[in-house]
Design a protein around this ligand. Sequence first.
Ligand code: SF4
Length: 420
Amino acid sequence: MNEYDSDRIINSLSANPVKNPSDADIIIVNTCAIREKADHKAVSAVGKYKKLKIKNPDLIIGMAGCVAQLYGKKLIKQIPHLDFVIGPREIPKLRDLVFDIKESASHRKINTSMDVEEVFKINPYHKEGKVNGFVSIQQGCNKKCAYCIVPTVRGNEINRPLKEILEESRLLINQGAKELTFIGQTVNSWKYKGERFHDLLDYLQELDGLERIRFTTSFPRDITSKMVSSMKENSKVCRQLHLPVQSGSNRILKQMKRAYSIEWYRDSVQKLKEAMPDLSLSTDIIVGFSDESEKDFQQTMDLIEEIKFDTIYSFKYSIRPGTPGELMNTHINDDVALDRLHLLQSRQREISLENNLKQVNKSYKVLVESATKNNPNEFFGRTSQNKAVYIKDIDKKYIGRIVEITKKQAFQNSFIGELT
Ligand code: SF4
C-alpha cells in the first residue's frame, strides 16, 4: 500500500525521481505507523535531511503516510525543517499544497483531513514497459482489530468504483504491465453497487493483454465459496493467497477482535486447497498480544506445522496509540514475546525451505520481470505461486513473457532455474 502511495506521490507532482537526495527539489518521506519501530524510523529519516535544508533553503521537505496522519501537528512543532505533513487520503491535493508552499515559504502545512471527496483521483507512476503494477481498489478498513492503527490513520473503508478500477488497469496494461496486483486493506471485502469481489475477478479476467491477477490483503472472514470458485475458474488469477491469521488461539483471536475462529480459518484454507491444490499460502502472525499464554502460543506453532505456509510475516506485538490494545494492561513481558517470535521464525524458516525443496526438478510457468541488478545475464521472475526464480543465460527478449522453467536449486526464499 505504501509503495503504491509513493508512486501516486510521484505522479501527483509529475516528478522525476532522483537517486541522490542532494539533487532533489522536494523530499517526501512516506511513512508507515503499523509498528512503533516503523514510526520512529520515519521521524529519524526526516531528521537526516536537516543539513540539506540548511545548505539549500528552497528545498521542500514533507512527510506523507500514516505517521504524518497520526502525529500531524506534533511533527510540525517538533521538526522545524519539515515544511508539510500530508495524510494518505489527501494525496490528490499534494500538487496544490506544494505550489502554495513555493509561493509562500513561511506557510507550513498540515493536510490530514479524512474528508476527501476523490481519494482515488491520482493514479500511480508506472514506468513504461514495467511488467507488473498495482491498482488500489479500496482505502481504509472497517474491521477495527484491537491492535491495529489502520482504521485511525486511513479511515473507514471506501471501495473504488468498478469503472475506475478497469480504467486504471487498462492504462497500466497499455504501458506494458502483464501482471497487476489489486490492493486494499481487506481486498476481498470489496463491493460496489451490488458487485462483489468475485464479480470483480470475473471482470478482470476479461482484460485483454493482462496475463496475471494477484490481490492482497485478504481477510479470512470474507472468503466466500463464490470467491473460491472465481479464483479457481479464472485462469489469470495466480495461485497465491496472503491470508493473515494473526494467532492460532481462539482466546487471543477474540481479544484481537478478528471476527473469526481458528476453525473458520482452517475450514477456509481447506476449501481453498481443495479447489486449488497448488495454491501457495502466506500469512501474518503477531506474537505476544495481550496475555498470550504458552498454550496460546503453542496453538500458533501447531497451526504453522499443520498448514505449512510458504511465508509468514511475523512480529512482536507493539502498542499503537489510540487502539483498544493500548488500553489493555494485560500484555505479556517483552522478552517472553521476543523468545516466542524467534522460535516461530526459526521453525518457519525450516518449513519454507522444506516446501521449496519439494519443488526442485519440477517445471513452473514464470513471468520474467527484469534482469537482476548486479548481473545483466541473470533474470528475475516469479511463478504463479509468487516464488522468486533467478534464471541464468536466457535472452532479454523473454522479459514480459511467461516461460516454462525447471527449478534446479531451492533456497528459503528463492530458486535458481533454467528454461525447460
Ligand atoms: S483487518 Fe487489517 S487493516 Fe483492518 S483493522 Fe484488522 S488488521 Fe487492521
